[in-house]
Write a new protein. Structure first.
Length: 270
């Protein structure tokens, strides 16, 4: 271990401990995400049988939580230790990763704006794949139900998309009671009912489409999200700007601290 005597240059304690405080929040958030993800997996029995993850054709939301937790934990740890120990390698790793994430977010935003049709097709494909796995994972099921209830929509393009799920498919050989129906989250809620009727979507698609409007949402969730975005563009832009400013602030602190450490090393080299 090398110790440096600060003569003409010194490391700013202000930037050093501000960066440490900045990263301790990342680190604690990462720990919280990891704990929540591992707890959710233990409740579903995944930790004792990892094939439950590989066997799911849709998205397991817990995987996303764990990935976010691992990234935040790693960055927070690198930033905290790098700041306290004045380790240039860890600080450069932290700074470079934040820059990469920032550029990736920017690229995704630009691509989504320039190639809207391609993005719409990918979202449609993604939604359909998750519809297929609707009954295979409780977390995925809850997310789809929440999305449909909040946006007053059903399926990707419409209620017919539930034919992608073997339990709801009208043409399936399955004897499921949900056959030719839709999930309860597709149903138009009755203000008079205090208890959610989870069977409200049974057999609805056996009826003529003219009768659907009175009982279920007929608009697809992709169209609902496309209509939601223009109405909430300022909120979306505000969140994106806030996240970007936090990332830029972290990059600024790391680069400033790296410059101070390099200046101290240079001054002690003479």
């Amino acid at each position: 271990m090398h110790y440096y005597r600060y003569s003409n240059a010194e490391v700013s304690c202000w930037y050093k401990y501000l960066l440490f405080s900045y990263n301790i929040v990342f680190w604690l958030a990462g720990v919280a995400f990891l704990a929540a993800g591992l707890w959710a997996w233990s409740e579903k029995g995944v930790l004792s049988d990892l094939t439950k993850v590989t066997g799911l054709h849709g998205l397991d939301p817990v995987v996303l939580v764990l990935v976010v937790g691992i990234v935040m934990f790693t960055l927070g740890f690198a930033g905290c230790v790098g700041a306290l120990r004045e380790n240039i390698c860890l600080l450069k790793f932290f700074c470079g990763t934040i820059v990469f994430i920032f550029l990736l977010e920017l690229a995704v935003a630009v691509m989504a704006f320039l190639f809207q049709d391609w993005v719409r097709d990918r979202v449609k494909e993604f939604f359909e794949n998750n519809i297929k796995s609707y009954r295979d994972d409780i977390d995925l099921q809850n997310i789809i139900d929440s999305l449909q209830r909040m946006n007053h929509c059903c399926g990707a393009q419409g209620p017919e998309d539930w034919d992608f799920n073997i339990y709801f498919d009208c043409k399936s050989e399955s004897k499921s009671r949900e056959k030719c129906g839709v999930p309860f989250s597709c149903c138009i809620p009755d203000p008079a009912q205090k208890v959610v009727n989870t069977q409200c979507g049974y057999d609805i698609r056996k009826k003529s489409k003219n009768q659907w409007d009175d009982q279920i949402f007929v608009k697809g969730c992709i169209h609902a999200l496309e209509a939601w975005l223009p109405r909430n563009i300022y909120i979306v832009a505000g969140v994106f700007i806030a996240i970007s400013l936090l990332q830029i602030f972290g990059i600024f602190l790391a680069r400033t601290l790296i410059s101070d450490i390099e200046a101290v090393k240079a001054s002690n080299a003479f």
